[in-house]
Design a protein around this ligand. Structure first.
Ligand code: ATP
Ligand code: MG
Length: 344
């Protein structure tokens, strides 16, 4: 099911001050897309997710899920599966057991009892909660409560999953399980998924599209691979061996022969016949592909061997930090500009 968001704006009023959580956001998501929502704290991610989950109404703008206006909250709630991890399970009934909570919420969602029971048993087993099924929610750990939320969200097999930090507090094994099951739903049922997470590996491994939000605005909307280019610094990583090696000579060759600069080099192991190195080089004079070819022949011509040679692959986290640093810089430049103007 598709999601169409047009010009959404949401302002909160706190003690007479206005906080713009969302500032004219438009976004179109196709059926079966797996979208990662990224952004610093306070960017507006939860506000956007809550608007789509019909828990908060926007001041301006519209959103449609499967061509149904989100104002029609009754219909919308039948299509979506929201999960707010930061609630830490507070939306569960603390005085009911895990099983009774899940039975109760499945009936609210209109899942026939027989099907609900089957799915609950399967998911309790999958998330290793089976032996705790009769334990009261108030006695559960943080991660266990989030597991119950996760199961509750999946039971109705919603067409759209709105997941806001759904794996908060999960241990490594449970995080993997959560990832696998989300991937399964996305592939098997073509479930459209919007995932907000500060776990970059999770977002990188699952999503095919990154929407970066900052200060209530969409800053970037692209594939994870092109988002990562924000942090590409023209680095090349090489794993190679050379019989005779001198760091100063090597560094000089890098600058003279390939027009680059040696950033770092580490000796990996020394055998009788060869010194093996890991080095990072930055391409300066020539494009990165050309520099890679020049570097390869430079080493081979000097009797060395190249085991691996590739452009450095930045992570999603690095790209995100690169964005924050650059926006921080812009912010500082802006302030400086303002100070200059006021001094005139
Ligand atoms: N109920 C509320 N009342 C007043 N202000 C709010 C409320 N909810 C959110 N805000 C403000 O709106 C802005 C966006 O908040 P939001 O929770 O959407 O951010 P977020 O991107 O989810 O951040 P985080 O990564 O920390 O979860 C923040 O400045 C926040 O203080
Ligand atoms: Mg949030």
């Amino acid at each position: 099911m598709s999601i169409e968001i047009s010009n959404l704006t949401k302002t909160y009023k706190v003690k007479g001050r206005e906080i713009t959580a969302l500032n004219n956001i438009s976004l179109s998501i196709k059926e079966g897309e797996f979208v990662g929502l990224l952004g610093p704290n306070g960017a507006g991610k939860t506000t956007l997710t809550k608007i789509l989950a019909t828990l908060v109404s926007p001041d301006q703008g519209t959103a449609f899920i499967n061509n149904i206006n989100i104002k029609n909250s009754k219909k919308i709630r039948q299509l979506i599966g929201p999960l707010f991890g930061e609630n830490g399970g507070r939306s569960l009934y603390y005085r009911l057991s895990i099983y009774d909570n899940l039975i109760f919420y499945s009936s609210l969602a209109g899942v026939p009892k027989k099907i609900a029971k089957k799915r609950i048993n399967l998911l309790l087993d999958y998330f290793e909660l089976d032996k705790y099924r009769d334990v009261l929610v108030m006695k559960l750990s943080t991660g266990m409560k989030t597991k119950v939320l996760f199961i509750r969200t999946l039971i109705p097999n919603p067409k759209i999953l709105l997941l806001d930090e759904p794996t908060l507090g999960f241990d490594a094994n449970t995080s993997d399980k959560a990832r696998n099951i989300l991937e399964y739903f996305n592939k098997k049922f073509k479930t459209t998924i919007i995932l907000t997470s500060h776990n970059f590996q999770e977002v990188d491994s699952l999503t095919e599209r990154i929407v970066l939000i900052d200060k209530g605005k969409i800053i970037k909307d692209c594939a994870p691979e092109s988002f990562k280019q924000l942090a590409s610094k023209n680095f090349i990583d090489i794993h190679f061996s050379m019989k005779k090696f001198n760091k100063e000579i090597f560094s000089a060759l890098i600058s003279q022969v390939i027009g680059g600069q040696l950033v770092e080099i580490k000796r990996k192991e020394i055998s009788k016949n060869a010194n093996i190195f890991n080095a990072r080089i930055v391409a300066k004079k020539f494009p990165i592909i050309e520099t890679i070819a020049l570097l390869n022949s430079m080493i081979v011509e000097r009797g060395g061997k190249v085991f691996q040679l590739q452009p450095y692959q930045p992570s999603l986290k690095e790209a995100f930090l690169a964005y924050l640093n650059s926006s921080e810089k812009k912010y500082e430049e802006n302030i400086e500009q303002k100070i200059k103007i006021s001094n005139r």
